[in-house]
Design a protein around this ligand. Structure first.
Ligand SMILES: Cc1cc2nc3c(=O)[nH]c(=O)nc-3n(C[C@H](O)[C@H](O)[C@H](O)COP(=O)(O)OP(=O)(O)OC[C@H]3O[C@@H](n4cnc5c(N)ncnc54)[C@H](O)[C@@H]3O)c2cc1C
Length: 241
């Protein structure tokens, strides 16, 4: 029964994908479908009636009653440690959505697309990259993905596959350490990285930036300083530092 827009949902599958993150596949009967980049609110109810609500981006998109979330544990957090460590197939929760119509990529545009992710900010951007591949559109896509180390990258294999088939131009930024034999730089996304890895301003890219608040603000400020029109930059902040 749907009460106040909340839909009952069942965890169908869990997969540990990094030392701190899990992909959750969730079955939502009568799910209306979603567009690449949208999110849901997730509501958990304890036995004593206490409720907690958090937002999670959809790593999936399209029709069908199966949705996918990817949750990274925030140390000392209330909800994410439970979703990453405790929930199991068969457990119930509630979802509201799909939500958000602004941070969405719809196949059809001609402009190149620039995705810029920090940490779990990859989730909605991965849905966009998958949607691009599925649509078979020739729209050029670049992804700049900043992670601490290779093993902390959510959707690493999927993204490498999307890059391998020639569709996605993928640049990794490692802030703490690269893979064995890595000869590239180690450090945060800065003006030099943006200038070399992001579509130049005169290509008029549609830019999507997602991740922790400080990452998003730093990157968006740098993009504007480097000449990208603010109106072409869409951001989504995940809270925290
Ligand atoms: C639109 C939207 C989409 C989101 N999508 C995802 C997603 O796909 N995957 C995902 O893992 N998270 C996502 N988030 C973040 C998520 O909603 C929670 O904020 C996160 O899981 C932490 O919840 P918590 O209850 O564990 O921590 P809380 O108990 O809420 O917070 C504990 C402490 O951690 C800080 N904090 C809160 N969130 C973060 C964070 N993201 N990073 C660092 N510190 C933080 C708080 O300031 C607080 O001090 C999204 C947020 C939004 C708004």
């Amino acid at each position: 029964m749907i009460v106040g827009d909340w839909r009952p949902a069942t965890i169908s599958e869990v997969a540990d994908v990094t030392p701190t993150a899990r992909v959750l596949r969730v079955t939502v009967p009568d799910w209306p479908g979603s567009e690449p980049g949208q999110h849901v609110d997730v509501r958990l109810t304890a036995e004593d009636g206490y409720q907690a609500v958090r937002s999670y981006s959809l790593g999936s998109y399209g029709d069908g009653d199966a949705i996918e979330l990817a949750v990274d544990e925030v140390p000392e957090g209330e909800v994410s440690p439970y979703l990453v460590r405790d929930v199991q197939p068969g457990d119930m929760l509630e979802v509201k959505g799909p939500l958000g119509g602004y941070f969405v990529w719809r196949p059809g545009g001609a402009n190149p697309v620039q995705l810029i992710a920090g940490g779990s900010g990859i989730v909605p951007l991965a849905a966009m990259a998958k949607a691009r591949a599925d649509a078979g559109t020739g729209v050029p896509f670049r992804l700049l993905y900043s992670v601490r180390r290779p093993e902390t990258a959510i959707y690493r294999d999927e993204l490498e596959r999307l890059a391998g088939d020639g569709g996605l131009d993928l640049t990794w930024v490692y802030t703490r350490g690269g893979p064995p034999g890595w000869a590239g730089r180690v450090g945060r996304v800065d003006d030099e990285v943006i200038t070399s890895a992001v579509w130049p301003v005169d290509r008029m890219p549609d830019v999507f930036v997602c991740g922790p608040t400080s990452f998003v603000e730093h990157v968006a400020d740098a993009l504007v300083r480097l000449g990208h029109p603010a109106a072409k930059i869409r951001t989504e902040r995940f809270g925290g530092a």
